[in-house]
Design a protein around this ligand. Sequence first.
Ligand code: SF4
Ligand code: SF4
Ligand code: SF4
Length: 332
Amino acid sequence: MKELLKKTSFWRELVQWGFFAWILYIGIRFGMFVRHFESNGVTPYITRPSGVDGFLPIGGLASLKLWLFTGTFDDKHPAALVLLVTFLLMSLIAKKSFCSWLCPVGTLSEATWKLGKRIFGRTFTMWRWLDIPLRSLKYLLLAFFVKILLIDMPAYAIASFIQSPYWSLSDVKMLRFFTHVSTTTMVIVGITSILSLFYKNFWCRYLCPYGALLGLVSMLSPFKIRRDTSTCTNCQLCTKACPAQLTVHNATAICNVECCGCLSCVEVCPQRSLSMSTGLERKPLPRWVFPVLLLSIYAGGVIIGMVSGHWDSSLTYEDYQRLVPMVDHLTH
Ligand code: SF4
Ligand code: SF4
Ligand code: SF4
């Protein structure tokens, strides 16, 4: 047990699954909240968990532009903007750690390739000629959203969109996406899940535009995996452990958009030659510093959002009573 408590992977999995359970709890509560309005008040009323806005990152991106250009903070789903800014800040400071420590999709993705490894005894590496073009897909998706939301859509159009019933009900629509799964979604999720059994983090590596954005921002992070070349024996265990397929054993510092700050390389190094650090420290930072930092950024973002009054939606009980029955008729 004492040995287990010393393992970063143990603490990371604890945080990952704890956060996963928290998101599931939020999702169930939100489902009960919506059910109350769908059933015309027959089922009990549950207060809306504002954290559900974390599922609206694309809307959060539009709100970010509105906020930066006009100073108007979206009042319908303010937590979407708070969480987006928090995760961007987390990437700016603590690399793409949201992906390896908090994101529920990343947690499922990791569990899937680990299951695949148990079943098949190994994971597979994509051919290099295919890996590079496939990796560009997530940037194309990101560019698409950035063009539509940040370049083409003027601030006044975003302001009007934010006031529309469609945006007000975007959380309910998102719930519908999970509870009324379309055939197309099922096929895409099925194919991605099967591929994730064979290839590490298939969705994250090739298709997630959110991860692409966080990865680009993470390049500005002062934290990097650094290798002490004087103690390294070139055993390559770090490279074998890296889920992002980075060649850690021959780099002095990992400057790569794919590094998600999972610390797997640090944990397996028998020489303690690796550390996640800024390069300014006299001694390598203890391993607990990085996780504590990223969790503090998350907690800090949420607390600031709450105390500044930018967390709960301004939509009232009566608004939901009027809007929820319209959900299937709203197309834009
Ligand atoms: S790449 Fe996307 S889905 Fe994967 S862990 Fe990061 S944010 Fe989550
Ligand atoms: S695991 Fe450690 S000792 Fe082995 S190659 Fe990597 S940094 Fe060097
Ligand atoms: S370089 Fe280290 S911290 Fe970065 S993804 Fe690879 S194993 Fe994780």
